[in-house]
Design a binder for this molecule. Structure first.
Ligand code: RB5
Length: 369
């Protein structure tokens, strides 16, 4: 599941406790540490958390694990200062470490997961050999040091290339991205394959149509990602819909299949269904040749309401009356233009509740004959 790491970089000392409570549904709190040397903050000095005692304030107001990002010149000699608060991750910059393996070893010695961070202009070749030694790679999508900058678009390709490198090495190293991410562009790094999103201003000071949302609401929206699955018979339609989702700004995670080689549709129904039942994802889209086999399998799970829709009317009704949490379509039975319209109707229609809730409740009742 994609995790949100809420950055406290722009929060003032007096507002820390309040800010931490306001975003209590985040997966991590991202603690930016700048020393005024490797990175200067907006005022040209060290950041609030350079003084590690402020981490204590965060810790005493939340049980959410911490994701400490060290933007300091000498990580090796400063690990203890931050590791003593038992954060979940400590990341340090490859540009600042003379002996990265020694830093990684020290972080691990304290029982903390090591992550390595790269500035936007640092090539991935610098960390390729270290991927197996760290739990996460943090790609900066702005120049580190000040909040509120714009996301650097070229980082999207860097995410995709890094994803391939990690997969090729057969590793489960995660990718985190940090800088300029808000609700209007969060789908870009997610759809490129990122695992952890860092956002600060985007959560605490959302803009335009999102400006009235609370930090908790922003986080929930950032986590509203579609789970996608298909067999080989639905692969091409799924790929075309992914391009459509990219354009529409809809975030997704594709659970396969990843090419047209013959596979078994129940396996891909299972993958998506499990994510929804674990509540890692709220809703999904499944596609096979006809949409029939994959929907039959998905509907064997209690709590899944997978609706095979052939028309916009089906899609609307599947939401209004059946609260369908999975939309199913068939590549051989639905053209791309219709699939887009069917998806739009399903995605934007709310469940009506009322008498339909009673009926939906009955769907999960055990039936024997
Ligand atoms: C695969 O050939 C096909 O059977 C499958 O995609 C689907 O149509 C099953 O219902």
């Amino acid at each position: 599941m994609v995790k949100i790491s809420t950055s406290l970089f722009t929060i003032e000392k007096k507002d820390l406790a309040k800010a931490v409570k306001a975003a209590s549904n985040t997966s991590y709190f991202h603690i930016d540490v700048t020393d005024g040397e490797f990175v200067k903050d907006a005022k040209g000095g060290a950041s609030l958390f350079y003084n590690e005692s402020h981490i204590k304030t965060v810790k005493s107001n939340t049980n959410v694990p911490l994701d400490v990002h060290l933007m300091i010149a000498n990580p090796l000699d400063n690990i203890e200062r931050y590791a003593k608060f038992y954060p979940y991750y400590i990341s340090f910059h490859i540009e600042a470490a003379q002996d990265p393996l020694a830093v990684i070893k020290k972080i691990k010695k304290h029982g903390v997961k090591p992550a390595i961070a790269l500035n936007p202009d640092t090539p991935l070749s610098k960390v390729e050999d270290l991927l197996k030694s760290v739990d996460m790679v943090l790609l900066m999508s702005v120049m580190p040091g000040k909040g509120g900058q714009g996301y650097i678009q070229s980082v999207t390709d860097k995410i995709k290339i890094l994803r391939e490198m990690i997969d090729k090495q057969g590793l489960d190293t995660l990718i985190e991205v940090d800088g300029g991410i808000k609700l209007s562009n969060v789908h870009i790094p997610i759809n490129a394959g990122v695992d952890v999103i860092v956002s600060g201003t985007g959560i605490y000071a959302p803009k335009e149509e999102y400006k009235d949302l609370t930090p908790k609401e922003v986080i929930e929206k950032m986590k509203d990602i579609l789970a996608l699955g298909s067999d080989h018979g639905g692969y091409k339609l799924k790929e075309s819909l992914k391009k459509y989702f990219d354009k529409k700004g809809i975030a997704y995670k594709d659970f396969g299949c990843y090419n047209e080689e013959s596979v078994d549709y129940p396996d891909y129904a299972d993958k998506v269904v499990k994510e929804i039942l674990k509540k890692e994802y709220n809703r999904g889209v499944l596609i096979c040749g006809t949409g029939i086999g994959i929907s039959i399998r998905a509907n064997r799970y209690k709590g899944i309401r997978a609706a095979k829709c052939n028309s916009v009317f089906d899609a609307e009704m599947s939401r209004k009356h059946n609260d369908a949490n999975i939309l199913v379509m068939g590549e051989r039975t639905t053209s791309l233009p219709s699939a887009k319209k069917i998806f739009d109707a399903w995605y934007s229609t709310e469940f009506e509740g009322g008498r339909h809730q009673r009926r939906v409740d009955k769907l999960d009742g055990m039936v024997t004959y």
